[in-house]
Design a protein around this ligand. Structure first.
Ligand code: ADP
Ligand code: MG
Length: 630
């Protein structure tokens, strides 16, 4: 008896639908792309309840002829591709002819459409992909598609949906990306009856960005324009000071298509490598134009990722565009600070020279010192030199760097020898036998804090030995343990003016969905517009200026998904403990050192939350041996 059967077409459709329609945001993306492909100049997106009950996309595009209306909802039915030769150079956003069929399979649809010309249009309704009604109707030119009750017939998929707020934010992010991708199209987004934003569609990138993100965001941007051998990049990158705690404001477009690409991300971030500490990311809206055949868009089912024929050329174009915008801005800023005209002129001349050098370096073939090959990013590195090397593209540079390292090491060791350091070196075994403070250690009266060394270590004399305590590690551990303790009550500070952090639509929604958990940690947050949150209370120990960074790291942790188990909770605690602990590198008040030392010496903590020791002892014997007393 045969056990292999062809799937019922309806079941096959439901399976295929899962690939394209993951959540309401995917529906909006596909419908907007269709509107753009139809040549629309105005698109309105309206959603209710995170798009789960109602999504309506209206456009003034070319419309669908009545005889094509049903066909549009069949799988692999498209007007955008005829034969395989068309796949070589795809200029439309869609081409697979899957979206409408996939959406229809998992929802109830109403289509109203009229072509330019005929007096009447057509209305079509479908239920789970089956046409239930089709009739001529009067309607404006263009197309309106209403999608109701998404996933009503696939309960398993329904279970994966997040809160309405999170789904709405994901939709908002899609609409923003689409609006940014086409400043020549006017896009309005209405959420639960309220217009969230409306772009003018005047073909200007600046007015588009302004209408989506507001004045403050726009003020932190620099204009970028570059062209090199058939690749051009235009748009905006941010001033280093306006960098953010995450990448949600990095927008890249290739030939009008929003894309994610490690090459582009790496090119942008590399241009900021010397300006930004780790954990800060540049924002951008960059529009790259290149020949259609230089890009392969058919590598991802939702076409979100692309491949380039020449990664290097694209990387260079973006990297140098961002670099020269930044260096121009630096010159401008420096000029503003220079008072005399002569100084200003001198600086201008220097800038011009620098820029000239930069652009000639761009053109020169041997400019590989500046480049990072993409593949290098993927590799894990375990030594500093390896990281350093990975940033150096070609073999010559890498060898020079290795030679430099060797020289550095040679110099170091000869210097050590010269100064006779080696004689003082304390054998490792001594360290291995160090005592760990424990509760049997005696009272405060036995502890004498000598002081602080290198703004990192507290030096303590205790019962015939000298102890070194890493003040940051110790403090971090004490906080970490406190956070984990049962019944922990956070000490919060209310901030007079709420700190407004712009996280991007999805991250803001994620944090708001976890507001209860954040409240337990001492953060009180509320929604502030669509993509921002207002923070009214923060844990007492956290510096106000760290608020955005801490929340953004919590967000990254939450994004890892899965159950909110103890490991995730500990990661968040660890991070908060680290941020709230006194910092190495900053002097501490004497009483702070004393309190910390006595807590460490009482055995309260012995390792930091990352597992490093918090204290170790140099015994009298070790010191005596070092001085050849014994
Ligand atoms: P694809 O976009 O890959 O062609 P879809 O399933 O998304 O596939 O759409 C099928 C066809 O329906 C499109 O090729 C297009 O001809 C037509 N269509 C869909 N949406 C619109 C619209 N908003 N305006 C005009 N035509 C549309
Ligand atoms: Mg489509």
């Amino acid at each position: 008896m045969p056990r292999i059967f062809e799937l019922d077409p309806h079941v096959a459709d439901l399976i295929a639908a899962g690939e394209v329609v993951e959540r309401p945001a995917s529906v909006v993306k596909e419908l907007m792309e269709n509107s753009i492909d139809a040549g629309a100049g105005i698109i309105t997106v309206e959603i209710n309840a995170g798009g789960m009950t109602f999504i309506r996309v209206t456009d003034n595009g070319c419309g669908i002829a009545p005889e094509d209306a049903k066909t549009a909802f069949l799988r692999h039915a498209t007007s955008k591709l005829r034969g395989p030769e068309g796949l070589e150079a795809i200029g439309t956003l869609g081409f697979r002819g899957e979206a409408l069929a996939a959406i229809a399979a998992v929802s109830r649809i109403e289509l109203l459409t009229r072509e330019c010309g005929p007096a009447e249009g057509v209305s079509l309704t479908l239920d789970s992909g089956t046409v239930t009604d089709m009739s001529p109707t009067g309607c404006p030119e263009g197309t309106t598609i209403i999608v109701r009750d998404l996933f009503f017939n696939t309960p398993a998929r329904l279970k994966f949906m997040k809160t309405d707020r999170a789904e709405a934010s994901a939709i908002s992010a899609v609409v923003v990306r689409c609006a940014l991708s086409r400043p020549d199209v006017s896009i309005r987004f209405i959420r639960d009856g309220k217009t969230e934003y409306h772009t003018p569609g005047d073909s200007r990138i600046d007015s588009c960005i302004y209408s989506l993100f507001g004045r403050e965001f726009f003020a932190g941007l620099l204009h970028v324009m570059a062209e090199d051998e058939g690749v051009s990049a235009e748009g905006y990158v941010c001033l280093p000071a306006a960098a953010r705690g995450n990448r949600s404001y990095q927008f890249f477009f290739i030939n009008g298509r929003p894309v994610r690409s490690r090459t582009l991300q790496a090119a942008l971030e590399q241009a900021y490598v010397n300006n930004l500490p780790s954990g800060r990311y540049p924002s951008c809206a960059l529009y790259i134009t290149t020949g259609l055949s230089n890009v392969d868009v058919n590598v991802h089912p939702t076409k979100a990722e692309v491949k380039f024929v020449s990664d290097k050329q694209i990387f260079d174009c973006v990297y140098y565009a961002a670099l020269s915008a930044k260096s121009n801005a630096e010159c401008g800023m420096r000029n503003a600070e220079l008072s005399s005209v002569t100084e200003r002129e001198k600086s201008n001349a220097e800038c011009r020279m620098q820029n000239a050098e930069l652009s000639s370096a761009m053109k020169r073939e041997g400019h590989s010192e500046f480049r990072i090959p993409n593949s290098e990013f993927e590799k894990p590195h375990n030594s500093q030199f390896a990281i350093h090397n990975s940033q150096l593209g070609d073999v010559t540079v890498r060898e020079t760097s290795n030679a430099e390292c060797r020289m550095l090491n040679a110099e170091l060791s000869s210097a050590t020898k010269r100064e006779g350091h080696s004689e003082f070196q304390i054998p490792n075994s001594e360290f291995a036998s160090f005592r760990i403070p424990n509760s049997e250690f005696a009272s405060d009266t036995d502890i004498r804090v000598i002081g602080e060394a290198l703004k990192v270590y507290i030096i303590v004399e205790y019962r015939g030995g000298v102890w070194f305590i890493d003040k940051h590690a110790a403090h971090e551990r004490i906080h970490f343990d406190a956070l984990r303790a049962d019944g922990y009550e956070p000490m919060s500070q209310s901030v007079i003016t709420p700190v407004v952090c712009r996280f991007g639509f999805e991250d803001a929604a994620l944090l708001l969905d976890n507001a209860d958990m954040l409240d337990k940690l001492g953060f009180s947050i509320e929604s502030f517009g669509d993509d921002s949150i207002a923070v009214r209370r923060i844990p007492a120990e956290i510096d106000i200026s760290d608020t955005e960074q801490v929340l953004s790291e919590i967000c990254d942790e939450l994004k890892l998904g899965g159950a909110a188990g103890p490991a995730r909770r500990d990661n968040i605690f660890r991070m908060i403990a680290c941020k709230s602990a006194i910092k190495a590198g900053k002097s501490s008040a004497a009483h702070e050192l004393e309190v910390l030392a006595s807590r460490v010496m009482s055995g309260e903590v012995s390792q930091c939350p990352h597992g490093r020791p918090v204290a170790f002892e140099l015994t009298k014997a070790t010191l005596d041996r070092g001085f050849k007393r014994i």
